[in-house]
Design a protein around this ligand. Structure first.
Ligand SMILES: [Zn+2]
Length: 157
């Protein structure tokens, strides 16, 4: 089943997702995986497709990874800025400061194995952007109030 992509104004994007505890996510994961690729879309969170489950799919330098119940275990104090876009926002790019590296723990899509890995640079940014989604946070929550106001005035946030 191909789900409808959720727009930035949808309240589901501002709602923290639920911990997955054995729900059947196979179809959801297939739909998500089909939209992620290194060139155009480096990540998607389940609530962007209208699901309230804590699942994201990311395209990392090591390949595509399905993360179930991902959580940031630790983050570097050092942050850096970079431009980000988002599938749920139409042609919006904002500069977001994020920790340079994060350690993330997650379960695989079968919920059989637990993984923990430290990501840096672009990979760290992608994972943080998607985990933000799963916590009900979008990229425009992480910019200054003046930038957000300008986007809102343009109807883009
Ligand atoms: Zn996004």
């Amino acid at each position: 089943m191909r789900r409808e992509l959720v727009h930035f104004s949808d309240p589901i994007l501002r709602t923290p997702t639920w911990h997955v505890t054995g729900e059947d996510i196979k179809d959801l994961v297939e739909d998500m995986r089909g939209r992620v690729d290194v060139r155009r879309c480096v990540g998607i969170a389940a609530n962007q497709l209208g699901s309230n489950l804590r699942v994201c799919v990311v395209a990392l330098s090591s390949g595509i990874e399905v993360m179930v119940n991902p959580a940031i275990v630790s983050a570097s104090e050092e942050t850096e800025p970079a431009d980000e876009g988002c599938l749920s926002f139409d042609k919006v790019q904002v500069t977001v400061y994020r920790p340079v590296s994060v350690t993330v723990r997650w379960e695989d899509e079968k919920q059989e194995a637990m993984h923990e890995q430290t990501f840096t640079g672009f990979d760290a940014r992608v994972v943080q952007h998607e985990i933000d989604h799963l916590d009900g946070v979008v990229m425009t929550d992480r910019v200054s109030r003046s930038v957000r106001r300008r986007l809102q005035a343009q109807g883009k946030a």
